[in-house]
Design a binder for this molecule. Sequence first.
Ligand SMILES: C[S@@+](CC[C@H](N)C(=O)[O-])C[C@H]1O[C@@H](n2cnc3c(N)ncnc32)[C@H](O)[C@@H]1O
Length: 307
Amino acid sequence: MPVMLSEVLDILEPCVPKERDSYFVDGTLGGGGHAEAILEKFSNVKVVGFDMDKNARDMAGSRLSEYKDRLRIVPRNFSALGDLADELSSEMGGYSCGVMFDLGVSNMQLSTPERGFSFQEDGPLDMRMDEDADIPTAADILKNSDIPELARIFREYGEERHAFRIAGAIVRARNEGKVSDTTGELTALIRRSLPAPVQRRMGGHPARRIFQALRIAVNSELESIPDGLGGAYDITGDGGAIIVIAYHSLEDRIIKQTFQRWAQDGRGSMKTRRPMVPTDEEIEKNRKSRSAKLRAFIVHKPETENA
Ligand SMILES: C[S@@+](CC[C@H](N)C(=O)[O-])C[C@H]1O[C@@H](n2cnc3c(N)ncnc32)[C@H](O)[C@@H]1O
């Protein structure tokens, strides 16, 4: 079930013009859950779905095959949104009623061991969302970074208090010829590096923050967000919505600060001052949703700027 789906649809409802066609950009198509509900509910809306992951695009393409006349799938990072704004606007026909980003990894990525995203499944330490991208994998980062660099990644992207200790254990093991290039090896090494009482106090799996940090580093996730938001603003028409669901405070901080700055500059207004969170009922049904924070911005543009 897509996270906070009814909230997304409720925010979008007043933004979709009844009297003319419009298009919506899903910057993180994933399995196509949000896109499917939008295509189903708004019959005069076309959807452009971005995803860097080929498996996600294939999965969404077949799930949404009945809507293929109203769907365009773009195999790009959503940071390219701004560069494609003119092309999309002429191809999709003018007015964009909004853009959404449901950030991070999908259930499909997490539950495929060969992708290396999960500390609960054993597989190669890859973690690239775009498997064709010529970028370092998580194993490459562990192999080639020194202790200060690894500790920085773990602290900055994982907010891990024991960053230095874990980085030290990884580099010492590497110097002894024990390379961590599977998720199982890394998880075991993290466990060995932390005394049992520390692990008990961590609240959650001891490898959780390190895996998050590596994933963010491999995919330059935080760097994509400002460009994605800028592109979303360029594309969205007057009265349209930019909706973002974030799963950790690093992402949420960037979104909150961007929306606050835009509001001060008169570029529109925040839908709610505080982020929306899932209901207890949704959290019970879908554990992944428990850390979700949804923020939405309603765009205001003078007429000349409008598509
Ligand atoms: C949480 S899932 C989205 C799930 C989707 N909303 C659904 O209902 O099925 C996030 C997806 O966004 C993709 N993704 C993450 N960051 C991206 C980026 N910067 N550019 C393009 N795709 C990205 C991931 O590959 C993943 O498939």
